[in-house]
Write a protein that binds this ligand. Structure first.
Ligand SMILES: [Zn+2]
Length: 209
């Protein structure tokens, strides 16, 4: 049984911002921040995916409409529900922490279309997680009087050196984990570098317009 609780939304007055954060969204790590923090793409989902595949194979073997068929079908529905709840809990935890600790929060605008081509469950969960997390950040920021910005989808956050600002347009290989600047020589984790650039771009949106 589920109980729907109507939350009274109390929107706090806007804060005077003193702490800002940029957030890069990724595959291996779901969230990478300009504070050098990473939140992994919950391994639980890989476990669930395996279990789901096993159940789907089981369902295929059952006689359609039979007692066992319906039993397996119910198990699959319950598992989907469990995945949904686990994901919801995890994303809320991340969003709460980020909004509590920061006043200005910046993410990319999602490249969901590009990412949704792959129909695998893990991929689907990931896409859904990105958009869910962004809407949580937006909503919680609003409630807490914080500021949430989304930067342009085509901003090349992975190609720019967050230290000297030089752009290296030849950088396209996503398997290279380290950003090495050809101009100033600085080396930094690729995703952390991207999240710092996202932060700077978000601050431009706020202060240059
Ligand atoms: Zn550089």
């Amino acid at each position: 049984m589920s109980v729907i609780v109507e939350e009274e939304a109390v929107i706090k007055e806007k804060v005077i911002p003193s702490k800002a954060i940029g957030i890069d969204l990724g595959v291996k790590d779901l969230v990478i921040t300009s504070d050098y923090e990473k939140y992994d793409n919950n391994k639980i989902f890989a476990k669930y995916e395996k279990k789901l595949k096993r159940l789907q194979r089981e369902l295929a073997r059952r006689e359609k409409g039979g007692k066992n068929y319906n039993k397996t079908k119910l198990k699959i529905a319950k598992l989907h529900e469990k995945i949904k709840n686990t994901r919801k809990h995890y994303l809320n935890k991340i969003a709460n922490k980020i909004v509590l600790e920061n006043d200005i929060i910046v993410t990319e605008n999602l490249k969901v279309k590009e990412m949704s081509k792959n129909k695998r469950l893990a991929k689907y969960i990931l896409d859904a997680s990105f958009s869910k997390l962004c809407s949580l950040l937006e909503w919680k920021s609003k409630l807490q009087g914080k500021f949430y910005y989304k930067i342009d989808t085509y901003y090349p956050s992975s190609q720019i050196c967050s230290y000297c600002g030089q752009q290296d347009a030849s950088l396209k290989d996503l398997s290279i984990r380290e950003y090495k600047c050809q101009s100033c020589g600085r080396e930094l984790d690729r995703d952390i570098n991207a999240s710092i650039n996202i932060l700077f771009e978000g601050l431009k949106l706020r202060y240059q317009n």
